[in-house]
Structure formats: structure tokens, C-alpha cells
Design a protein around this ligand. Structure first.
Ligand SMILES: [Zn+2]
Length: 230
């Protein structure tokens, strides 16, 4: 047992019991490395990222909570996510667990060190945080699943058999997105969707990245504690 819970998830208030989590950079680095299928041979290079973290936030970190205006039409469908007078939508971060941003910042620095090598120049990264089970997991787009495919993920992906070409995004399968890889790992650890906080970003510019048409099916909005990046 992990502790008592209060409230219910489906009414919009997720379970409120949370462990006090301390973020362990090295432990999280090992997970970040695993998310892209790298093993010990890469530890030295990745370790440097962490050794230098105090001096080197990821490039374009100042963009991390500011949507690209190309995404406004999609993002403004969510009530608190509204453009300011410059037309820029900033994520309202009240209630955002601090672990999420810390993990996003570190994972982004790690992924930026792999751009054009292990991951594509246009790759996305996802951080999923579960405050109930005290877990942070990661996913990058265009890499292999790093854990066995979970039943729920298979169920969601099976739905794409109804669509021409098996996808709603031409040229990209529903199993390729960063979100799906992170979700699969969370489920592998026994996480419940209703507890999860999700944050997805474009690695090269740090912009928050709303779910694509495929991910709107594989990660349905109402099933989660919060998808911070829509
Ligand atoms: Zn997607």
C-alpha cells in the first residue's frame, strides 16, 4: 500500500495524497538514458550534462512554458490556457509539482546532447510524473519502446486500425510519439493514468508541445490528473 487517498479522479479532482519527493539527479539520469535505449557506454557523456547543470540549462529554456503561436488554435480550447495581449499563451502553472519542471529541464539538457544523433532534430520529449507512486518517467519520439508494451497502450493503438494508413498524422505512426513511450513506462511501473502529470516539449526549442491527433486518442485528456502541455 502506498498510503491513503482522498477524492476521486473522474470528477476533476485527482487523488490528493502525495509523497514528499526529493529529486535525485543521477537516478533520474539513468532513467533518461534508458528512455532512449542507451546503456553504460554513454554514461560518461551524459554525466557531463549533469556535472554542468548549474551552468548550463538547456538551450531556449526561457521558452519552456510559452506555446508557439502556431499552436494557439489548439491550446486555446482549454479554459485556463489563454493568450496574453501579445498573443502568447503561457502555461498557467499553479499546482504544477516542482518535480515536473526539474525533470523537464534536466531531460531537455540530456536530449539536446543527443539531437541529430540518437534522436531526430525535430524530436519531442515527454516527462510523466506520478505523485502517488513517486515516479518520474521519460519518453522521446522516434525511439523504440524501452519497456514491454502494456495492455492499455495496445488497446489504444489498436484503435488506429480503423484509420487509413493506421494513423491520423501522415508519415508518423501513433506508436512513435514521446508521450506514448512515457505512458507505457508509467503503466509498466503500475501507475494509474488518473494520477499522472504530463509535460511534452520540442527538444530543439523547448516549446511546450500539445498532443498530436494520434496522442489525443492514446492519451485522452480526461483520463489524466493534468496534461500541462494540452
Ligand atoms: Zn503524438
Amino acid at each position: 500500500m502506498i498510503g491513503e487517498t482522498t477524492g476521486t479522479c473522474k470528477s476533476g479532482s485527482h487523488r490528493s495524497f502525495q509523497r514528499a519527493m526529493s529529486y535525485h539527479p543521477w537516478r533520474q539520469f539513468l532513467r533518461q538514458r534508458s528512455s532512449v535505449g542507451l546503456s553504460g557506454a554513454f554514461t560518461a557523456a551524459g554525466g557531463l550534462v549533469y556535472a554542468n547543470r548549474a551552468q548550463a540549462p538547456p538551450h531556449h529554456w526561457h521558452n519552456h512554458d510559452l506555446f508557439s503561436q502556431a499552436q494557439n488554435a489548439r491550446v486555446s480550447q482549454v479554459a485556463p490556457w489563454q493568450a496574453n495581449n501579445q498573443g502568447v499563451i503561457q502555461i498557467p502553472n499553479a499546482g504544477l509539482p516542482g518535480e515536473v519542471l526539474q525533470a523537464v529541464e534536466n531531460y531537455a539538457a540530456f536530449l539536446q546532447s543527443l539531437l541529430g544523433q540518437v534522436i531526430a532534430p525535430s524530436a519531442a520529449g515527454t516527462v510523466i510524473y506520478d505523485p502517488i507512486l513517486d515516479q518520474i518517467v521519460y519518453g522521446a519520439s522516434g525511439v523504440a519502446f524501452n519497456r514491454p508494451r502494456q495492455e492499455l497502450v495496445n488497446q489504444r493503438l489498436d484503435q488506429f486500425a480503423h484509420f487509413a494508413g493506421g494513423t491520423l498524422v501522415p508519415g508518423r505512426g501513433p506508436d512513435e510519439c514521446a508521450e506514448v513511450h512515457a505512458l507505457n513506462w508509467a503503466l509498466f511501473l503500475g501507475c494509474q493514468e488518473e494520477d499522472l502529470h504530463v509535460w511534452t516539449f520540442r527538444v530543439n526549442d523547448m516549446r511546450p508541445l500539445p498532443r498530436c491527433a494520434n496522442c489525443q486518442i492514446t492519451l485522452p485528456w480526461g483520463d489524466y490528473a493534468k496534461i500541462w502541455t494540452c
